[in-house]
Write a protein that binds this ligand. Structure first.
Ligand code: OOG
Ligand code: MG
Length: 262
């Protein structure tokens, strides 16, 4: 039997079908080695268009692989950007939506709420921070449509950077009130500390990740809009979140985020 011939349209449809059916699959680059970063973004944009068509609203962006901890674990060393819609919001206190996800993992993130529009190219970290209204601690529940989270850069970009759900902590501070490179997080699973990091793990300062997002989006004709949420990327490696588990991310100044595995 001839191998399936993939293209942007069929990969986008297959990724959304995997998400709907909670089914993982081998990465596409095994069958379609030409699936590079640029093609990955074409697929990602097409899946966004399909999400918007079914009524979801675009509310922001997430960065992926902005820390060494994440890059090393996933074996991909290029940071990238993906889309957030309102369907991905997990209200504080809600458990991991196990019935909608394949193999969820949780990672601590510093989250920005934008006060002003930010448009690249040429945006610096300082300019990026000036456009931020509030900084929150948060946690992302990532999920991959690929078996065992095994993918190349093109695959994971196409898969909207393993988007699943995310929680924004209730405490928002002005950027001037907190030194984000020193903001620490302790990750606890079932009451045991399993990992820790500071904001410096994220591109030296999460503001640099925000600038990277604005500059990267500019090459694709987009800006970061006022009011958008920006997840700046996992500060540590992600932890598994099976039913019965409980994960807490304790930030030094930004409060704590708790998620039950359900
Ligand atoms: C890719 C998604 C990365 C992050 O914060 O680095 C991401 C993955 O780890 O599956 O959300
Ligand atoms: Mg993340």
């Amino acid at each position: 039997m001839a191998a399936q011939q993939w293209d942007v349209e069929s990969v986008a449809a297959e990724l959304l079908a995997c998400e709907d059916e909670r089914r993982d699959r081998v990465k596409f680059t095994d069958e379609w080695p030409e699936l590079d970063v640029a093609t990955g973004y074409e697929i990602q944009d097409l899946t966004l268009a399909k999400r918007l068509e079914r009524g979801e609203k675009l509310i922001g962006v997430k960065l992926g692989l902005t820390s060494r901890a994440k890059q090393q674990r996933m074996g991909v060393d290029t940071p990238f950007v993906a889309w957030l819609t309102d369907a991905m919001i997990l209200p504080a206190g809600d458990p991991v939506p196990q019935d909608a996800l394949i193999h969820p993992r949780i990672e601590p993130e510093l989250v920005f709420v934008m006060g002003e529009r930010l448009e690249g190219p040429g945006v610096t970290g300082a300019q990026a921070m000036a456009a931020v209204a509030a900084v929150h601690g948060g946690a992302e529940v990532i999920d991959s449509r690929y078996k065992d989270f095994k993918f190349a850069a093109g695959d994971v970009i196409a898969d909207n950077a393993s988007s699943g759900a995310f929680v924004t902590g209730g405490l928002g501070l002005a950027p001037s009130e907190v030194d984000l490179s020193l903001e620490a997080v302790l990750v606890e699973v079932d009451g045991e500390v399993v990992d820790s990091a500071t904001g410096a793990a994220v591109q030296g300062h999460p503001g640099e990740a925000l600038a990277l997002a604005a500059n990267d989006l500019a090459t694709r004709g987009h800006a970061i809009e006022a009011g958008w949420v920006v997840l700046t990327g996992g500060m540590t490696d992600a932890v598994f979140a099976p039913p019965g588990s409980s994960v807490a991310c304790h930030f030094s100044n930004l409060g704590s985020v708790f998620i039950s595995g359900g």
